[in-house]
Design a protein around this ligand. Structure first.
Ligand code: MSP
Length: 520
């Protein structure tokens, strides 16, 4: 089938994507969550030896862009340039390891959008008709009479919708309803979590409408011109979704609709292994996108992960609500890795979570008091009792805990339960602190016959810390690189290396607290 491109080496090449962010406002904690989640998975896959391509970027066309730019006395491209820079800088500050930052205003992307549209047109998948109905500029989408109700408000953002009557081009989305349902049923893990999968299957119980894919230039000039009608631009969501194909290198932006698409399967990153996004945009990704791909005869993404919302006082954190938290400001107090840890540890992947400064602080304390404390006491004792040299001893005092943690964490990560992986990793640090308390190395040090026991305690602690650097690397990469260095390692071990690493003879180094106390 479409999903099973020949010999696609699924496990060893991973192509991960975030949504491309609207270039109408600055990044906030909600955007940061999607991006940090994707980054953590990207780093995890790299650690398991996979070749990874990690894509993010900005969504720069559409009516909202046009209007926001006009309000600020800017041209849309000036606004887009400014915002793309702001997102890219924010992601660098949050240590996001993206390989490609795509902008929908790039010529390469515009070429690929044209190619896809031409192909759909040539295959009779697009027709024109008159559309009349309700349009929400904020959400960039049409709503039915029933959906907007008597008040004519957008069901999503509650703003007044506009009545429009215009020529539109439509994609024959309805033709693909059965195939899409079949695909979802045949691939139970295609949409995770299961609640979102059920939501999409529920949505597909109603007859699927055809999708309007154009806007008349008289109303909206800022977009990709339709290759078959110069008076219309492509609907921003269709334009935006295609970014995933553009950045994969699958299609040549300069050639026509006949290019095979499968031709360079070997070099291209398509199909994506995983599209990561918030639950608010699951329908576009799990319905519009796969049906467009089916119609264009292109393979479907392997998996879609929809996460929950950050909520503040019962409301979604959003620019339009005016309650956004700036992740970059939190970095000043808690550091990049503190922000990353909070986001991933506090939100169960897939569910909603409520942001509060108290919870943020409590999560940070966990990093400082459990992981940071373990590292600092173990390293101090190696310095104090063994002149800073890790003893040559078996160091297998926590072997069973390490083995069970590694397999549990791998299982959680592979099932995309990132918060469970984090919690389980932190539990190992807790167990190791308990081990210190139980072994009482300070008593072993006083007892001349306790030298071997003390060697074993210290070697076991060094080993568990090396394992923890591997476990925490995806979420707190800077701090773990720092910690591995303090253990005398050149770099953080991979999970596989961590299983059997030997540290005897390495020289440790004390340093400033990994996670300094934050007063509040
Ligand atoms: N431009 C579209 C995506 C096109 S992808 C082909 C878009 N952009 S967005 O900037 O509005 O949002 C992007 C991401 O940020 C989504 O994954 C969305 O869920 C996430 N978040 C925005 N606010 C959020 C919260 N309050 N909480 C969690 N994630 C949130 O949609």
């Amino acid at each position: 089938g479409l999903c099973d491109a020949p010999n696609y080496p699924y496990m060893n090449r991973r192509y991960l994507t975030t949504p491309i962010y609207y270039a109408t406002g600055d990044p906030h904690l909600g955007h940061a969550y999607t991006t940090v989640l994707a980054d953590t998975l990207a780093r995890y896959y790299r650690q398991t030896g996979a070749e990874v391509r990690f894509l993010t970027g900005t969504d720069e066309h559409g009516q909202k862009m046009q209007e926001t730019a006009a309000k600020r006395d800017m041209t849309p491209i000036e606004l887009a340039d400014q915002m793309a820079e702001s997102f890219e800088a924010a992601w660098k500050d949050l240590n996001i390891s993206f390989d490609r930052f795509i902008r929908t205003s790039e010529p390469e992307h515009i070429g690929v959008v044209s190619t896809v549209l031409e192909r759909l047109w040539a295959k009779g998948q697009i027709y024109d008709d008159v559309y009349s109905g309700w349009y929400c500029v904020q959400e960039e989408r049409y709503w039915t009479e029933r959906e907007v109700g008597a008040e004519h408000l957008c069901p999503d953002c509650k703003r007044p919708v506009e009545f429009v009557e215009e020529k539109n081009y439509f994609f024959r989305m309805s033709d693909y309803q059965e195939r899409l349902i079949q695909h979802i049923e045949d691939h139970p893990e295609w949409i995770v979590p299961g609640t979102r999968r059920n939501e999409i299957l529920g949505f597909l119980k109603q007859p699927l409408q055809d999708l309007s894919i154009s806007r008349p230039k008289s109303r909206l000039a800022w977009g990709v011109t339709l290759p078959f009608d110069p008076d219309h631009v492509c609907y921003v969501w269709v334009d935006a979704l295609i970014n995933y194909v553009t950045a994969s290198g699958l299609l040549d932006p300069d050639s026509g609709p006949d290019q095979p698409g499968f031709a360079d399967q070997g070099n291209s990153w398509w199909p994506a292994s995983l599209h990561i996004m918030g639950k608010d945009i699951i329908t576009t990704h799990a319905v519009y996108w796969p049906t467009l791909l089916m119609a264009a005869d292109l393979p479907l993404p392997k998996q879609i992960l929809a996460h929950g919302w950050w909520i503040m006082e019962d409301e979604k954190m959003a620019k339009s609500v005016g309650n956004v938290v700036d992740p970059l400001a939190l970095r000043e107090d808690y550091g990049t890795d503190g922000v990353r840890w909070y986001l991933l540890r506090d939100m169960p992947t897939g569910a909603d979570a409520s942001y509060t400064p108290e919870r943020f602080h409590a999560r940070y304390d966990e990093l400082a008091n459990v992981l940071g404390n373990l590292a600092s006491r173990a390293i101090s004792m190696i310095v104090k009792y063994r002149d800073g040299i890790i003893p040559e001893a078996a160091g297998d005092g926590l072997e069973a805990d390490i083995a069970s943690t590694l397999s549990a964490v791998t299982g959680h990560m592979d099932a995309l339960r990132v918060h469970d992986a984090m919690a389980t990793s932190m539990d190992l640090a807790r167990t190791a602190n308990g081990y210190v308390d139980r072994r009482e190395p300070w008593s072993q040090a006083k007892d001349p016959s306790g030298a071997e026991d003390l060697d074993e305690t210290l070697a076991s602690l060094a080993r568990v810390i090396a394992v923890l650097t591997a476990l925490f690397l995806p979420v707190t990469p800077q701090k773990m690189t720092d910690l591995a260095g303090r253990l005398g390692l050149k770099s953080v071990p991979t999970l596989d290396q961590a299983r059997s690493i030997s540290l005897g003879g390495l020289r440790v180094e004390k340093g400033a607290p990994l996670f300094p106390r934050v007063d509040r």
